[in-house]
Design a protein around this ligand. Sequence first.
Ligand code: SAH
Length: 219
Amino acid sequence: MINKQEKKFENFRKDMVEKQIIARGINDQLVINAMNKVPRHLFVSEVFTASAYGDFPLPIGEEQTISQPYIIAEMTQALELKGNERVLEIGTGSGYQAAILAEIVFKVYTIERNNTLFMKTRKLFDQLKYHNIVTKYSDGTKGWEQEAPFDAIIVTAGGTKIPSPLIDQLAPGGQLVMPVGSDSIQELIKIYKDNDDIKTINLGACRFVKLIGEYGWKE
Ligand code: SAH
C-alpha cells in the first residue's frame, strides 16, 4: 500500500521528469526511469523535503549541494550507460547521483572526502537497500586504483583540470564527465577514451562546489 505522502512525492517526481528532464531534451529511457524512481526527497535534509523536486540545487550540509535534477540527468545521459557497467563517482555528497546510477548499472563505486557526509550517506544507502553501491572515505582525485578500470567515471565537483589518475583508471571505450573551470564557473566536459586517443566534448556552462584534493583544489 502506497500511503498518501508517498503518492504525493511520486506525483512531484513525475512532474519533475516531464517538465525539467524530458521537455529539455533528455531522451535516454534508462535515465528517465531512474529519475522517476529515486526518492529525491529522502536525500535532502528534512527542512527541504517539500522543495526536493524543484528546478534548483539544494544545500546538503557541510557547505555542499545536491545538483539541480536536470544537471544530474544530463551528466548521467552523457555516460551512455547500457546496464552492465561498473561506474566510479567522485563526490558522494547526498548520495542522490549514486542512487540514480545504481538504478541503471551493475555496480557503483563512490568516494567522499567529507566524513560527516560519508557516514550519513552510507547509512542511507543501507536503509534504502542500495546493495550495488560501495562507498569509500578518501580523496577521490586519486581514483580507486584497486577497482580500476571503470567503464564510466563521473566527477560531481569542479576542478581546473581532469585529475590524471581518473583518466588512467577509465577503461578504453569509456566516458568520463566532470565540471572543469575556475572556482566560480565551469564547463561540463565529457571525454571519450579510445585506447590512447582521447576525444573531448564541451556540454556547456555549469556551477559546482570545489573538488578538493591532491589533483584538485588545495584546502
Ligand atoms: N553527487 C553528489 C553531489 C555532492 S557535492 C550528490 O548527488 O549529492 C560534491 C561533493 O564532492 C561534496 O560532498 C564534497 O565533499 C565532495 N568532494 C570534494 N572533493 C572531493 C574529493 N577530492 N574526493 C571525494 N569527494 C570530494
